[in-house]
Design a protein around this ligand. Structure first.
Ligand code: ADP
Ligand code: ZN
Length: 703
């Protein structure tokens, strides 16, 4: 018992010494304690949640070897390099190594210098000499969903892992995955023969990921706009087809971005090259099919775009999860097009378990077409109920406005009746808009009484309205029959029983909102200096940049400006080994930067000035709040204060014209009061305090 207590004290010490962290993330310590108590554990945590530490940290206090089963060589190599860089002995075994390499590793395992040994399930037999001769304290099975044929990354060799429990009945096993569904979880437990495992299911909420969905028209232009605000940030664009990845990568390259395609059609070497260049920050953007990303732990992926609609929410969530593993604000953008849905429907119809696939696609579609908080939709898929709207999705930031769409709906439904439910969506829209295309004229649809009765809305808007009607159960799409549109029992109520329908206005151009950033070129900030230093050091050491320090650690250095060894050691992510290896260079860079800017030590800079400097560097309100660990509302109050004191800031980028006009009007009505509450009440809480504050500041200063 006291041994366990000693282990626990040692844990926290090792967390700081090796990993440089002073506290656990939610869930980690329960899991680790359970491991040390000798239980078998099944851990479900989203990508980026911090699964690795759940076996890596115990490995540092356990007496004998921790064996890690992992599916991909790249993933193993990444983790092993990372462990060695922080002073924990680790190695991996795979089929490409020679017998003498195996012997060397074996000797180190016996001597205890190697605490973690990684192996692919296919190579377990190569371990025979080791497992017969050394004690194993813990077995970790990473990406454990690979065991399940239900899952999306099935690996046959994983199904053989059941022997481990029989062979080592008293050695605890920890199985980890980011795939949450119940069938997979049960499969993992059953196939691994875990008699009585503890299950740990973490929240799947990744608050730092913003969620945005936009229509699939003009995707490339929209992507270029998106990138404009993110000149140096790493990101991944997922496309369905190989060709899609190549087209996009070359378009982005012509625009001057360092972008490359990645897909299963490339040779192993080509893929390695792209992946390594991305990891090492030599390439900014990878346009990839789903094959990309599973094998990498790059923590500073700042954004993920889905060029095409993914076929299910599991895949989508795992892919967006590759952004922002370091916990900093990161953006995700999904393009939703009707053509993608049609194509995915077709794939699903041709597949073995058609029904499951169609049902999953349907949930994906519901997410993309949601008119209420998207995070709620997403988390509900994983069985999690979010009490409040998230505030970090496009719907929360700009809730759709509804109008009485009964007449629109009646027009559409009547048209479907007139063509006897034989036509698809595109033709229905053509008829509504009075199009003269060949198809319409050939079928003499110009003689229908509904021909041209929908000219008030554009083609694209009509298409969106029809999709909304479909989602509301007013129209059924017969996918098996050329996607013709059919009426439903509900549509009859609208046509004949005066049932009303609400439709959401189509937003074509998003206005700038709170998270929008002023455009800037590469900024002359301490962060950029540290980032360059990191890149240089990582090249010298031939390791990925994020293995030197994470973006989160660099941000904290920028904020705290540590100039002594002691202060530098306090930064989260700085352990003993990193302090010794990199402390000097980074501290020197910070001191030099301060001198060049003649910045007095941090405490002397007024706090509101720090916020406004970050704002002028192009950071969004949310980012500043995250960097400074203060509330967004506090950031806004800082910016307003600076603006009022005479340093003009581009505050108007933070407020829509519409809101500004409304508040200007209220300003007069409320006798120019500067208290915020009366406005909040006046707008029935529909305009938030921050927006009111910004508007009042703009009004006061312009007077
Ligand atoms: P997963 O395997 O679940 O996708 P990782 O284990 O790669 O996630 O962890 C994601 C990131 O979070 C890594 O950069 C890791 O160093 C960091 N991290 C993990 N645990 C902590 C912690 N307790 N405090 C701070 N950062 C952490
Ligand atoms: Zn939301």
């Amino acid at each position: 018992m006291s041994e366990i207590l000693d282990q626990k004290t040692q844990l926290l010490e090792n967390l700081k010494t090796y990993f440089g962290y002073t506290s656990f993330r939610l869930g980690q310590d329960d899991i680790i304690n359970s491991v040390l108590e000798g239980n078998d554990n099944v851990v479900i945590m989203p990508t980026g949640g911090g699964k690795s530490i759940c076996f890596q940290l115990p490995a540092t206090v356990l007496p004998d070897l921790t064996l890690v089963i992992s599916p991909l060589i790249a993933l193993m190599k990444d983790q092993v390099d990372g462990l060695n860089a922080i002073g924990i002995g680790a190695a991996f075994i795979n089929s490409s190594q020679q017998a003498n390499e195996h012997n060397e590793i074996f000797t180190e395992v016996v001597s205890g210098t190697i605490k973690l040994l990684y192996v692919a399930p296919e190579s377990l037999t190569a371990l025979k000499g080791i497992v017969d001769n050394v004690s194993i304290s813990l077995i970790a099975i990473d990406e454990a969903h690979c065991i399940s044929a239900w899952g999306h990354d099935f690996r046959p060799a994983y199904t053989k892992l059941g022997f481990l429990k029989n062979r080592f009945p008293s050695t605890p096993i920890i199985a980890l995955t980011a795939t949450a569904d119940k069938a997979t979880r049960e499969d993992i437990i059953k196939q691994l023969n875990l008699p009585n495992p503890k299950e740990h299911i973490s929240s799947f909420d990744r608050k730092n990921l913003s969620l945005t969905v936009r229509s699939g028209t003009d995707r490339v232009k929209k992507i270029l706009d998106f990138l404009d605000d993110r000149p140096n940030e790493s990101g991944i664009v997922y496309c369905t087809s190989r060709k899609g990845t190549e087209n996009l990568a070359s378009k982005l390259a012509t625009e001057g971005f360092k972008a490359k395609a990645y897909h299963a059609g490339l040779s192993y070497n080509e893929r390695e090259l792209v992946q390594n260049a991305f990891i090492n920050d030599d390439i900014q953007i990878v346009c990839a099919t789903v094959a990309f990303g599973m094998g990498i732990d790059k923590s500073n992926v700042r954004w993920v775009i889905h060029y095409n609609l993914p076929k299910n929410i599991e895949g989508y969530y795992q892919e967006i999860g590759r952004a922002g593993r370091d916990g900093l604000p990161s953006d995700t953008l999904l393009f939703h097009s009707y053509a993608d849905v049609m194509q995915l429907q077709k794939f699903a119809l041709d597949s073995a378990n058609e029904e499951v696939q169609l049902a999953k696609l349907d949930r994906m579609k519901q997410y993309a077409e949601a008119l209420s908080c998207r995070r709620k939709v997403l988390l509900s898929y994983f069985g999690e109920i979010l009490e409040e709207d998230c505030g970090n999705c496009d719907i929360c930031k700009r809730p759709p406005k509804f109008f009485d769409g009964t007449v629109h709906t009646q027009k559409a439904l009547s048209t479907i009746v007139r063509v006897k439910e034989t036509e698809n969506m595109a033709t229905i829209v053509d008829i509504l808009r009075g199009s003269q295309n060949a198809n319409v004229i050939e079928k003499e649809y110009q003689n229908l009484s509904t021909y041209g009765i929908g000219k008030e809305a554009s083609w694209k808007d009509w298409q969106q309205y029809l999709i909304q009607m479909t989602n509301q159960g007013l129209i059924e799409i017969a996918f098996h029959e050329n996607s013709r549109l059919k009426l439903t029992p509900l549509s009859k109520k609208v046509l004949f029983e005066k049932q009303k329908v609400q439709l959401a206005h189509i937003v074509t151009k998003p206005e700038k909102i709170l998270s929008a950033k002023p455009k800037t070129k590469k900024a002359d900030t301490l962060f950029e200096h540290l980032r360059e230093l990191r890149l240089r050091l990582s090249r010298e050491a031939d390791i990925p940049a994020y293995q030197v320090f994470s973006d989160a650690a660099l941000k904290e250095m920028e904020r705290e400006r540590p100039m002594t060894d002691d202060d530098f050691s306090q930064i989260s992510g700085v352990g003993k080994r990193k302090m010794e290896t990199y402390g000097y260079d980074f501290i020197k860079a910070i001191i030099d930067f301060n001198k060049s800017k003649r910045v007095s030590p941090k405490s002397k800079t007024p706090t509101y000035q720090v916020s406004s400097d970050l704002f002028l560097e192009g950071k969004s309100i949310d980012e500043i709040a995250a960097i400074r660990d203060i509330q967004p509302s506090t950031v806004v109050s800082h910016l307003c204060k600076v603006h009022e004191s005479g340093t003009k800031l581009p505050l108007d980028e933070l407020i829509s014209l519409e809101d500004l006009k409304a508040i200007t009007k209220a300003y007069a009505q409320l006798e120019e009061t500067e208290a915020l509450r009366p406005y909040f009440d006046h707008f029935e809480e529909k305009i938030d305090y921050e927006t009111i504050r910004i508007a009042l500041t703009l009004l006061k200063v312009s007077q």
